[in-house]
Design a protein. Sequence first.
Length: 291
Amino acid sequence: MHFIRLRKIWYIISLLVIIPGLISLMVQGLNLGIEFTGGNLLEVRFENPVPVEKVRQVVSAQGLEFSRGIQKSGTSDYLIRTRHLTQEEQDKLMAALNSLGKYTVLRNESIGPTIGRELTTKALLALLIASVLMIIYISIRFEFKQGIAAVIALIHDTLVVTGVFSLFQIEVDGAFVAALLTIIGYSINDTIVIFDRIRENMLHRKKGESLEDIVNASLWQTLTRSINTVLTVVFVLVALYFLGGSTIRNFVLALLIGVVSGAYSSICNAGPLWVDFKLMEKRAKVKEARA
């Protein structure tokens, strides 16, 4: 299989994955957690196991509006997310929980909308700074066009993960931002390995060998490493998703989607995009020479 000659197919596959997510982002947006929207977070641990249905019934009986519901962690720990509660409402909720048995309050946090806006701004700023620094690094080590191709591949991964979370309305919290930054770091590492192989092969370029063939050979030479690396990470993430508890499940899911997307974009997007940029540059020079 010639990866570069099939690059239009890879681009179409990426668009087919990204476009539904973009439409979902425009229509229904993200299911933002209280870190972004503001609200109350109560984490309690009961001395004896309590069915989640009973906790939900007791809390619902207080007439509270739940945007995220109740998450169970372990056998007797619960995360209860609500809108902003007054002190009186908090006291009533805690008194109602006493009917289910003795419990210990592990966390009781109130997050205002100002903190949510600040977190959003810092998250976007972190992504922007990371992208700029990566372009600078890759431009110094390789060339500017490879830096642009790498960042486009990273944007691809970010849109895939964000789109999936929007489509299925999975909660987005502070851990989601951490997952995105982790995905970017993982994906750029794989891309740099491929670009390094391309550079080595360019130095030993045979007479008459096309750019497409060199990049395709480089992709094949690094393919086994890329697949083995991503599978190793995926095995761990799958185990964490099913065994790690509900509190980290969304974080692990974002990583799982991003790692798979990162491996795909590094192989099927970054290298082929650089080839297209080089071919466009070559055609522009030919037109300029003719003019």
